[in-house]
Ligand binder design. Sequence first.
Ligand code: ZN
Length: 190
Amino acid sequence: MNLQLMALPFLFLIACGGSEPTSETKKTAGPAAKTEAVSKKAAPTPPPTPKPAAEPEVPVVVDDGTTVTINLTADDAMKFNTAEIKIAAGRTVKLNLKHIGKMPAKMMGHNFVLLAQGTDMAAFSAAGVTAPDSDYIAKAMADKVIAQTKMLGGGESDSIEFKAPAAGTYDFLCTFPGHSAIMKGKLIVS
Ligand code: ZN
C-alpha cells in the first residue's frame, strides 16, 4: 500500500516528462538526417518560447578595433545595467545611455559622469547637490569630469563620444542627488 502510493506520482512524472519530446526527436532524427543541411537553411526556425517583455540582448561593450561602443541603461530602480566596463586604451569611446524607466528627470534623473582619477566621489556628489542647473555637477568640480551625458528622464537617451583616457581605473556615477550610492561603477582601461 505504502509503496504503491509512493510509486504513483513517480510514474506519473516519468510519463509526462519523458514521452512527448523523445518521440518527436526520434521521428525527425531518422528520415530527416539526409536532408538535414538543406532543411536547416530552408525551414524557418520556430519562434522560441516567448519571454515576457523580450528585448534584444544588447552587449554592453562592442569593440571594433577603433571605436568601442558602450551601451548603458539606467532604470526607475536607480540602477545601471553594469558596474564595471572594460575597454582597451587608445579607443574612441561612443557611449550610449538610455533611461529605460518611466519616471521624469526631476524625480529619477540619470546621467553618466566619468571622473578623473583621484577624485573623491563622495565629495564630488555632495558638492553637486546644490547645482541642479548644471546636472548636479558643481562648477568648482567641473574640471574633474572626463566625460558626461545629459541628465535623462524615462524614455530619453543620449550619446557622447570621447577619447579613452590613459590606462587605469576610473569611477563613473550618476550625479542625481543620492543616486551615486548605488549608481556608480568602474571604467577600466587597459
Ligand atoms: Zn540616477
